[in-house]
Design a protein around this ligand. Sequence first.
Ligand SMILES: NC(=O)c1ccc[n+]([C@@H]2O[C@H](COP(=O)([O-])OP(=O)(O)OC[C@H]3O[C@@H](n4cnc5c(N)ncnc54)[C@H](OP(=O)(O)O)[C@@H]3O)[C@@H](O)[C@H]2O)c1
Length: 317
Amino acid sequence: MADAYDLTGKSAYVAGHAGMAGQAIVRVLDHAGCRVLTAPRTLDLREQTKVREWFADNRPEVVIIAAARAGGIMAHRERPAEFAYDNVMIAANLIDTAARHAVERLVFVASSAIYPRGAAQPIKESAFLQGAPDPGHLGYAIAKIAGATLCDTYRAQYGCDFMTAVPTNLYGPGDRYDPVKSHVVPALIRKAHEAKIAGNEAMTIWGTGTPRRELLFVDDFAEACAHLVKHGQGGGLFNVGTGEDIAIRDLAALVAETVGFRGKIVTDPAKPDGAQGKRIDSTRLRATGWRPKTDLRSGLAATYRDFLSRGDGGVAA
Ligand SMILES: NC(=O)c1ccc[n+]([C@@H]2O[C@H](COP(=O)([O-])OP(=O)(O)OC[C@H]3O[C@@H](n4cnc5c(N)ncnc54)[C@H](OP(=O)(O)O)[C@@H]3O)[C@@H](O)[C@H]2O)c1
Protein backbone atom coordinates (compact mmCIF):
# COMPACT_ATOMS: atom_id res chain seq x y z
CA MET A 1 0.00 0.00 0.00
CA ALA A 2 1.28 3.51 -0.84
CA ASP A 3 2.29 5.77 2.07
CA ALA A 4 -0.68 7.20 3.96
CA TYR A 5 -1.46 10.91 3.85
CA ASP A 6 -0.90 12.25 7.38
CA LEU A 7 -4.04 13.91 8.76
CA THR A 8 -2.41 15.14 11.96
CA GLY A 9 -2.66 18.91 12.29
CA LYS A 10 -4.42 19.36 8.93
CA SER A 11 -7.20 21.90 8.73
CA ALA A 12 -10.18 19.86 7.59
CA TYR A 13 -13.49 21.41 6.52
CA VAL A 14 -16.61 19.28 6.96
CA ALA A 15 -19.41 20.68 4.79
CA GLY A 16 -22.75 19.62 6.28
CA HIS A 17 -21.29 19.25 9.79
CA ALA A 18 -24.73 19.43 11.45
CA GLY A 19 -26.12 16.47 9.47
CA MET A 20 -26.05 12.86 10.63
CA ALA A 21 -22.92 11.94 8.65
CA GLY A 22 -21.31 15.36 9.14
CA GLN A 23 -21.50 15.11 12.94
CA ALA A 24 -19.81 11.70 12.87
CA ILE A 25 -17.12 12.89 10.43
CA VAL A 26 -16.34 15.84 12.71
CA ARG A 27 -15.88 13.43 15.66
CA VAL A 28 -13.60 11.11 13.67
CA LEU A 29 -11.41 13.87 12.15
CA ASP A 30 -11.10 15.55 15.53
CA HIS A 31 -9.96 12.23 17.02
CA ALA A 32 -7.48 11.84 14.14
CA GLY A 33 -5.80 15.09 15.22
CA CYS A 34 -7.19 17.41 12.54
CA ARG A 35 -8.07 21.03 13.13
CA VAL A 36 -11.73 20.66 12.16
CA LEU A 37 -13.35 23.62 10.43
CA THR A 38 -17.08 24.12 10.14
CA ALA A 39 -18.93 26.99 8.50
CA PRO A 40 -21.90 28.75 10.09
CA ARG A 41 -25.20 27.17 9.06
CA THR A 42 -26.09 30.52 7.49
CA LEU A 43 -23.46 29.94 4.77
CA ASP A 44 -25.58 28.72 1.86
CA LEU A 45 -23.32 26.36 -0.05
CA ARG A 46 -25.26 27.02 -3.25
CA GLU A 47 -23.87 30.56 -3.32
CA GLN A 48 -20.55 30.72 -5.13
CA THR A 49 -19.33 34.12 -3.92
CA LYS A 50 -19.97 33.33 -0.27
CA VAL A 51 -18.34 29.89 -0.55
CA ARG A 52 -15.25 31.43 -2.18
CA GLU A 53 -15.02 34.09 0.53
CA TRP A 54 -15.29 31.46 3.25
CA PHE A 55 -12.47 29.39 1.69
CA ALA A 56 -10.28 32.48 1.31
CA ASP A 57 -10.75 33.27 5.01
CA ASN A 58 -10.37 29.72 6.33
CA ARG A 59 -8.00 27.94 3.88
CA PRO A 60 -8.84 24.28 4.50
CA GLU A 61 -6.28 21.66 3.44
CA VAL A 62 -8.77 18.78 3.46
CA VAL A 63 -12.48 18.94 2.51
CA ILE A 64 -15.25 16.39 3.08
CA ILE A 65 -18.54 17.22 1.35
CA ALA A 66 -21.32 15.68 3.46
CA ALA A 67 -23.74 18.54 2.78
CA ALA A 68 -26.71 17.75 0.57
CA ARG A 69 -30.39 18.18 0.26
CA ALA A 70 -31.52 14.57 0.67
CA GLY A 71 -34.99 13.10 0.91
CA GLY A 72 -36.91 9.88 0.55
CA ILE A 73 -38.47 8.47 -2.60
CA MET A 74 -41.65 10.57 -2.27
CA ALA A 75 -39.76 13.86 -1.87
CA HIS A 76 -37.41 12.95 -4.74
CA ARG A 77 -40.40 12.27 -6.98
CA GLU A 78 -42.42 15.33 -6.00
CA ARG A 79 -39.60 17.92 -5.95
CA PRO A 80 -36.93 16.61 -8.35
CA ALA A 81 -35.82 20.09 -9.44
CA GLU A 82 -34.94 21.14 -5.88
CA PHE A 83 -32.84 18.02 -5.33
CA ALA A 84 -31.12 18.46 -8.69
CA TYR A 85 -30.42 22.20 -8.34
CA ASP A 86 -29.30 22.30 -4.72
CA ASN A 87 -27.02 19.31 -4.99
CA VAL A 88 -25.46 20.35 -8.30
CA MET A 89 -24.72 23.81 -6.87
CA ILE A 90 -23.32 22.47 -3.58
CA ALA A 91 -21.04 19.99 -5.39
CA ALA A 92 -19.91 22.38 -8.13
CA ASN A 93 -19.20 25.30 -5.78
CA LEU A 94 -17.28 23.27 -3.23
CA ILE A 95 -15.28 21.18 -5.70
CA ASP A 96 -14.30 24.14 -7.90
CA THR A 97 -13.47 26.35 -4.92
CA ALA A 98 -11.42 23.57 -3.32
CA ALA A 99 -9.42 23.27 -6.57
CA ARG A 100 -8.83 27.04 -6.72
CA HIS A 101 -7.52 26.95 -3.14
CA ALA A 102 -5.25 23.96 -3.83
CA VAL A 103 -7.02 21.77 -1.29
CA GLU A 104 -4.79 18.70 -0.84
CA ARG A 105 -7.51 16.03 -0.52
CA LEU A 106 -11.27 16.10 -0.97
CA VAL A 107 -13.93 13.43 -0.48
CA PHE A 108 -17.32 14.02 -2.07
CA VAL A 109 -20.16 11.97 -0.54
CA ALA A 110 -22.43 10.61 -3.27
CA SER A 111 -25.09 7.88 -2.99
CA SER A 112 -25.82 4.50 -4.53
CA ALA A 113 -28.63 6.31 -6.41
CA ILE A 114 -25.90 7.19 -8.96
CA TYR A 115 -25.85 3.62 -10.26
CA PRO A 116 -27.99 2.44 -13.18
CA ARG A 117 -31.39 1.08 -12.35
CA GLY A 118 -31.20 -2.71 -12.37
CA ALA A 119 -27.37 -2.86 -12.17
CA ALA A 120 -26.08 -6.34 -11.24
CA GLN A 121 -25.77 -6.76 -7.46
CA PRO A 122 -23.69 -6.32 -5.45
CA ILE A 123 -23.06 -3.19 -7.51
CA LYS A 124 -19.44 -2.50 -8.37
CA GLU A 125 -17.98 0.96 -9.02
CA SER A 126 -17.49 -0.09 -12.67
CA ALA A 127 -21.30 0.15 -13.14
CA PHE A 128 -21.01 3.96 -12.90
CA LEU A 129 -22.35 5.69 -16.05
CA GLN A 130 -23.27 2.36 -17.66
CA GLY A 131 -26.97 3.24 -17.69
CA ALA A 132 -29.65 5.65 -16.50
CA PRO A 133 -30.46 5.85 -12.76
CA ASP A 134 -33.86 5.05 -11.29
CA PRO A 135 -36.23 7.72 -12.68
CA GLY A 136 -37.78 8.09 -9.21
CA HIS A 137 -34.48 9.57 -7.96
CA LEU A 138 -33.45 11.32 -11.18
CA GLY A 139 -32.81 14.88 -9.96
CA TYR A 140 -30.90 13.79 -6.85
CA ALA A 141 -29.00 11.07 -8.74
CA ILE A 142 -27.92 13.30 -11.61
CA ALA A 143 -26.58 15.89 -9.13
CA LYS A 144 -24.58 13.20 -7.32
CA ILE A 145 -23.35 11.89 -10.70
CA ALA A 146 -22.25 15.44 -11.50
CA GLY A 147 -20.35 15.68 -8.19
CA ALA A 148 -18.54 12.39 -8.77
CA THR A 149 -17.73 13.42 -12.35
CA LEU A 150 -16.38 16.79 -11.18
CA CYS A 151 -14.00 14.96 -8.83
CA ASP A 152 -12.82 12.75 -11.71
CA THR A 153 -12.45 15.56 -14.24
CA TYR A 154 -10.67 17.94 -11.82
CA ARG A 155 -8.28 15.08 -11.06
CA ALA A 156 -7.74 14.46 -14.78
CA GLN A 157 -7.34 18.09 -15.86
CA TYR A 158 -5.81 19.78 -12.81
CA GLY A 159 -4.30 16.87 -10.86
CA CYS A 160 -6.57 17.46 -7.83
CA ASP A 161 -6.58 14.61 -5.30
CA PHE A 162 -10.38 14.47 -5.16
CA MET A 163 -12.45 11.29 -4.82
CA THR A 164 -16.00 10.06 -4.22
CA ALA A 165 -17.41 7.93 -1.41
CA VAL A 166 -20.59 6.03 -2.31
CA PRO A 167 -22.33 5.02 0.91
CA THR A 168 -25.10 2.49 1.27
CA ASN A 169 -28.02 3.38 3.64
CA LEU A 170 -26.65 5.04 6.77
CA TYR A 171 -28.15 4.96 10.25
CA GLY A 172 -27.05 6.03 13.71
CA PRO A 173 -27.00 8.89 16.20
CA GLY A 174 -27.94 12.27 14.75
CA ASP A 175 -30.67 10.90 12.47
CA ARG A 176 -34.17 12.37 12.30
CA TYR A 177 -36.79 10.11 13.86
CA ASP A 178 -39.65 11.61 11.94
CA PRO A 179 -42.42 9.01 11.55
CA VAL A 180 -43.18 10.10 7.98
CA LYS A 181 -40.03 11.52 6.44
CA SER A 182 -37.31 9.43 8.06
CA HIS A 183 -35.27 6.47 6.79
CA VAL A 184 -36.17 2.91 7.69
CA VAL A 185 -34.16 2.56 10.94
CA PRO A 186 -35.28 5.78 12.68
CA ALA A 187 -38.87 5.20 11.52
CA LEU A 188 -38.87 1.68 13.00
CA ILE A 189 -37.29 2.91 16.24
CA ARG A 190 -40.00 5.52 16.71
CA LYS A 191 -42.75 3.04 15.83
CA ALA A 192 -41.48 0.35 18.23
CA HIS A 193 -40.88 2.87 21.02
CA GLU A 194 -44.36 4.36 20.69
CA ALA A 195 -45.96 0.88 20.57
CA LYS A 196 -44.07 -0.05 23.76
CA ILE A 197 -45.10 3.13 25.58
CA ALA A 198 -48.74 2.73 24.50
CA GLY A 199 -48.71 -0.93 25.59
CA ASN A 200 -49.89 -2.05 22.14
CA GLU A 201 -50.07 -5.73 21.33
CA ALA A 202 -48.76 -5.25 17.81
CA MET A 203 -46.90 -2.84 15.60
CA THR A 204 -47.55 -2.66 11.89
CA ILE A 205 -44.84 -2.21 9.30
CA TRP A 206 -45.52 -1.07 5.76
CA GLY A 207 -45.44 -3.57 2.88
CA THR A 208 -44.59 -7.24 2.93
CA GLY A 209 -41.43 -6.87 5.03
CA THR A 210 -39.45 -8.84 2.43
CA PRO A 211 -37.38 -6.06 0.77
CA ARG A 212 -33.80 -6.12 1.97
CA ARG A 213 -31.58 -3.22 3.05
CA GLU A 214 -27.83 -2.91 3.47
CA LEU A 215 -27.22 -0.69 6.50
CA LEU A 216 -24.00 0.97 7.64
CA PHE A 217 -23.50 2.58 11.04
CA VAL A 218 -22.69 6.25 10.52
CA ASP A 219 -19.49 6.19 12.62
CA ASP A 220 -18.15 3.44 10.37
CA PHE A 221 -18.93 5.63 7.38
CA ALA A 222 -17.14 8.57 8.99
CA GLU A 223 -14.10 6.31 9.58
CA ALA A 224 -14.27 5.37 5.91
CA CYS A 225 -14.14 9.05 4.88
CA ALA A 226 -11.06 9.65 7.04
CA HIS A 227 -9.55 6.41 5.73
CA LEU A 228 -10.13 7.56 2.14
CA VAL A 229 -8.37 10.85 2.78
CA LYS A 230 -5.40 8.85 4.05
CA HIS A 231 -5.43 5.90 1.64
CA GLY A 232 -7.73 6.73 -1.30
CA GLN A 233 -4.92 6.62 -3.82
CA GLY A 234 -6.03 6.74 -7.42
CA GLY A 235 -9.30 8.53 -6.74
CA GLY A 236 -12.53 7.68 -8.49
CA LEU A 237 -15.41 6.00 -6.70
CA PHE A 238 -15.23 3.94 -3.52
CA ASN A 239 -18.35 2.07 -2.41
CA VAL A 240 -18.81 2.07 1.38
CA GLY A 241 -21.00 -0.70 2.76
CA THR A 242 -21.04 -3.80 4.93
CA GLY A 243 -21.71 -6.33 2.17
CA GLU A 244 -24.62 -7.71 4.21
CA ASP A 245 -28.30 -6.97 3.96
CA ILE A 246 -31.34 -7.77 6.07
CA ALA A 247 -35.06 -8.15 5.30
CA ILE A 248 -37.16 -5.26 6.68
CA ARG A 249 -39.19 -7.75 8.70
CA ASP A 250 -36.07 -9.13 10.44
CA LEU A 251 -34.82 -5.59 10.96
CA ALA A 252 -38.14 -4.66 12.60
CA ALA A 253 -37.78 -7.65 14.94
CA LEU A 254 -34.25 -6.58 15.90
CA VAL A 255 -35.40 -3.00 16.48
CA ALA A 256 -38.30 -4.25 18.64
CA GLU A 257 -35.86 -6.30 20.71
CA THR A 258 -33.53 -3.29 21.09
CA VAL A 259 -36.37 -1.03 22.16
CA GLY A 260 -38.00 -3.65 24.44
CA PHE A 261 -41.28 -3.94 22.53
CA ARG A 262 -42.52 -7.50 23.06
CA GLY A 263 -45.69 -7.44 20.95
CA LYS A 264 -46.25 -8.84 17.47
CA ILE A 265 -44.92 -7.38 14.24
CA VAL A 266 -47.61 -7.27 11.58
CA THR A 267 -47.01 -6.52 7.91
CA ASP A 268 -49.40 -4.45 5.79
CA PRO A 269 -48.98 -5.78 2.23
CA ALA A 270 -51.50 -3.19 0.95
CA LYS A 271 -48.82 -0.51 1.51
CA PRO A 272 -45.97 -0.09 -1.00
CA ASP A 273 -42.79 -2.11 -0.51
CA GLY A 274 -40.36 0.36 -2.09
CA ALA A 275 -37.22 -0.96 -3.77
CA GLN A 276 -36.64 -4.68 -3.29
CA GLY A 277 -33.08 -3.96 -2.23
CA LYS A 278 -29.72 -2.79 -3.39
CA ARG A 279 -26.36 -4.07 -2.24
CA ILE A 280 -23.06 -2.49 -3.16
CA ASP A 281 -19.66 -4.15 -3.50
CA SER A 282 -17.10 -2.49 -1.21
CA THR A 283 -14.15 -4.70 -2.22
CA ARG A 284 -12.15 -1.73 -3.54
CA LEU A 285 -12.26 0.14 -0.23
CA ARG A 286 -11.72 -3.03 1.81
CA ALA A 287 -8.55 -3.72 -0.20
CA THR A 288 -7.12 -0.50 1.26
CA GLY A 289 -7.67 -1.80 4.82
CA TRP A 290 -11.03 -0.31 5.90
CA ARG A 291 -13.57 -2.55 7.68
CA PRO A 292 -16.88 -1.63 9.35
CA LYS A 293 -16.54 -2.17 13.12
CA THR A 294 -20.14 -1.96 14.34
CA ASP A 295 -22.53 -4.91 14.12
CA LEU A 296 -26.18 -4.11 13.54
CA ARG A 297 -27.28 -5.00 17.08
CA SER A 298 -24.77 -2.62 18.72
CA GLY A 299 -25.47 0.09 16.14
CA LEU A 300 -29.20 -0.09 16.81
CA ALA A 301 -28.63 0.08 20.57
CA ALA A 302 -26.50 3.25 20.13
CA THR A 303 -29.16 4.74 17.87
CA TYR A 304 -31.94 4.02 20.37
CA ARG A 305 -29.90 5.69 23.13
CA ASP A 306 -29.63 8.72 20.86
CA PHE A 307 -33.37 8.69 20.23
CA LEU A 308 -34.07 8.59 23.97
CA SER A 309 -31.63 11.42 24.65
CA ARG A 310 -33.50 13.77 22.27
CA GLY A 311 -36.89 14.76 23.56
CA ASP A 312 -38.47 15.24 20.14
CA GLY A 313 -36.58 12.38 18.50
CA GLY A 314 -34.67 14.96 16.47
CA VAL A 315 -37.69 15.81 14.34
CA ALA A 316 -37.25 19.52 14.89
CA ALA A 317 -33.50 19.43 14.08
N1 LIG B 1 -28.31 9.06 5.23
C1 LIG B 1 -28.19 8.13 4.29
O1 LIG B 1 -28.70 7.02 4.40
C2 LIG B 1 -27.39 8.45 3.04
C3 LIG B 1 -27.25 7.44 2.08
C4 LIG B 1 -26.50 7.71 0.94
C5 LIG B 1 -25.92 8.95 0.78
N2 LIG B 1 -26.07 9.90 1.71
C6 LIG B 1 -25.40 11.20 1.51
O2 LIG B 1 -24.56 11.41 2.62
C7 LIG B 1 -24.45 12.79 2.89
C8 LIG B 1 -24.84 13.05 4.33
O3 LIG B 1 -26.16 12.57 4.57
P1 LIG B 1 -26.90 12.83 5.94
O4 LIG B 1 -27.83 11.71 6.14
O5 LIG B 1 -25.90 13.19 6.98
O6 LIG B 1 -27.77 14.12 5.55
P2 LIG B 1 -28.42 15.20 6.52
O7 LIG B 1 -28.50 14.69 7.91
O8 LIG B 1 -29.65 15.67 5.83
O9 LIG B 1 -27.34 16.39 6.51
C9 LIG B 1 -27.12 17.18 5.37
C10 LIG B 1 -26.52 18.49 5.82
O10 LIG B 1 -26.34 19.32 4.65
C11 LIG B 1 -26.70 20.64 5.00
N3 LIG B 1 -27.14 21.40 3.83
C12 LIG B 1 -28.11 21.07 2.94
N4 LIG B 1 -28.23 22.05 2.03
C13 LIG B 1 -27.33 23.02 2.36
C14 LIG B 1 -26.99 24.29 1.80
N5 LIG B 1 -27.58 24.76 0.70
N6 LIG B 1 -26.03 25.02 2.41
C15 LIG B 1 -25.43 24.55 3.54
N7 LIG B 1 -25.68 23.36 4.09
C16 LIG B 1 -26.64 22.61 3.51
C17 LIG B 1 -27.86 20.49 5.98
O11 LIG B 1 -27.92 21.65 6.73
P3 LIG B 1 -29.29 22.07 7.48
O12 LIG B 1 -29.56 21.03 8.49
O13 LIG B 1 -28.94 23.41 8.06
O14 LIG B 1 -30.32 22.12 6.39
C18 LIG B 1 -27.41 19.27 6.80
O15 LIG B 1 -26.62 19.68 7.90
C19 LIG B 1 -25.35 13.48 1.87
O16 LIG B 1 -24.55 13.85 0.78
C20 LIG B 1 -26.31 12.40 1.44
O17 LIG B 1 -26.76 12.65 0.13
C21 LIG B 1 -26.79 9.69 2.85
